[in-house]
Design a protein around this ligand. Sequence first.
Ligand code: FMN
Length: 204
Amino acid sequence: MTSVQNVIFQRRSTSKYQPDYVIDQETLAQLVSLAGYSPSAYNLQNWRFIAVTTPEAKAQLRVAAYGQPQVEAASATFIVCGQLAAHKALEQRLSKSVNTGVIPQSIADSWVGAASQSHEGNDQLQRDEAIRSASLAAMTLMLAAEEMGLATGAMGGFDGEQLKQHFPLNEDDLPVMLITIGKAAKGNWAQKARRPLKEILTVI
Ligand SMILES: Cc1cc2nc3c(=O)[nH]c(=O)nc-3n(C[C@H](O)[C@H](O)[C@H](O)COP(=O)(O)O)c2cc1C
């Protein structure tokens, strides 16, 4: 098996963590840096991560996560946000790819035009795109963490309004997912059984 296949099969959703295990800020930064290599429409890169690490902030986050205890036991929890209205920043975000010769200026211009036209005033599309991008980045982060010997758990059980109230989310940040991260304690379930391939794949 390749290393990517290994981490896919090893990863499981972890809810029990060793509470004293500390992940240093450099590692958290490295994980987010890797997550930032995920693909996004037009290379919008419409994601943002807030790493919650202090006991006080974790306690606050646990309340917002309907009391789920893993938020306090994990070394950290990422609030993974998708950015709405990211098309407004697209020109600047593509400029490095233009300046380094990866894509021509004409392509960048056409992408900026197309993204502006489709996203401006279209709340549904902005939301869909934010969720798509943040979810892809979240998965990249989880696989990268697994490869580093760290356990993770994706969580959708949270009150977005409370997150906005107590954490430094911008107006344009849509909280998409929480990802707990740390060293697994004993007692987590193994990866659960998956549906058979024939149910999830249609080849036409
Ligand atoms: C979008 C999403 C939301 C989830 N929300 C929660 C949650 O709020 N609390 C929780 O304990 N697990 C949550 N999970 C974990 C799922 O229950 C878990 O991924 C699923 O049972 C498969 O587990 P496995 O990957 O270990 O096989 C969530 C997972 C995803 C992808």
